[in-house]
Design a protein around this ligand. Sequence first.
Ligand code: SAH
Length: 196
Amino acid sequence: MNLQPSHLAFAAGTVAYMVIRAMFQRHGASGAKAHSRADARDRLLIVTVGLGQIGLPAVLMLTPWLDAAHYARPEALAWVGAVVMAAGLWLFWRSHADLGASWSVTLELNPNHRLVTQGVYRRIRHPMYASFFAMAIGQALLLNNWIAGGAALLAVGLLYAVRTPREERMMLESFGDEYRTYMRRTGGILPRATTS
Ligand code: SAH
């Protein structure tokens, strides 16, 4: 057992993360798919992210196996981590709420898929992945362990690098100019700098 206060704060954030996901799982896309890229590669990415976000932190907290990878960090950084994680959870919740029935865990589109460009989707195209990055930064600061702390950041970086181009290709094939125009005025995970 390895339960420092910052580890418990991370565990509380992770429970909130799972509650938000469970709340929206019911409302998300279900039934027939118009378009699917839900292949083995995409599922492997999802499992990798789950291991980084939940699996390795659980190993850190419940076993001594990762103890050699501990590092010292100023206590104040744990508080910064808690705030960043809370901000990530807010964005995770809002992106689920704004996507509504257009959300799915893998890459797929419903027959009547609605393109969402409002709410947290107004200025960035990937607020949910942005929320993963924020939560992963929070994790690295809360879990002072090179392996369990950094795992989500690596996994989310991989997800973003591999999945986003495929996701955007799928959206372009289905929504054409509507998505092209949306891409021009938005950034990926950070708002696009406007010149006007
Ligand atoms: N990349 C987005 C969504 C992640 S969920 C984000 O980070 O917030 C993945 C699914 O969302 C994809 O399978 C796709 O069907 C859907 N999707 C992605 N962007 C969308 C948008 N702007 N409007 C509607 N659906 C979208």
